[in-house]
Design a protein around this ligand. Sequence first.
Ligand SMILES: [Zn+2]
Ligand SMILES: [Zn+2]
Length: 213
Amino acid sequence: MNEYCYWCGTRANSKFCEQCGIDTDPPADVYFLDEECGDCSAKLPRWARYCPKCGRRFGVYDPSDPKNQKEHNRGLAWGAAFWSVVIVIAAILIPTRVGMAAFKYTIPAAAVLLAASWAISLSRREQGTFVDGTVTRLYTEDEIHRERVAYETARTGRRVYHQVPVTVYCTAVRWDDGKEDVIRRDCIAADHIQLRVGDRLRLFKAKQRYQKL
Ligand SMILES: [Zn+2]
Ligand SMILES: [Zn+2]
């Protein structure tokens, strides 16, 4: 049993918070982000505003905060720089191995990849934009996924596939700009545990991450 409600911070006396109604002791599914409290290192449920063990209050991500923007954009720039180096090295190494004529192909290919990697970084720059929306429907879909079994090979040497039944947890959202989305998660019930129809969500566009409001 947790000490505090991770959503509103009141002392938790029962499984469902008396103040806000949230499940104060949610199943492991809700903890899949692997975040920890900086004070007591308790594992935190997704979107936690308070530590469920020590009651510490956390700040909510603010995309308009210059510090957050700087951090996010610096990470992107480092990522793009890393891939640029990898691409350039490959474009030089491949021709020296397979014959200098290969430069004719590797240089244009490298140029395209460099442009693409920087374009992706630019498009993901944090500019403080987000959109809010309302959960309109929660439903599940049953799908059959075809998964290869690595350790099993048929006597004929062919690969073996299994038909795996998968539950897809779908959350339909109508964003305030009029667009609609269905967030789909295979086998992860976290959204259905934490959200109800009518709940408000915020989507941070640069991070492509959403959270309950
Ligand atoms: Zn609460
Ligand atoms: Zn804590």
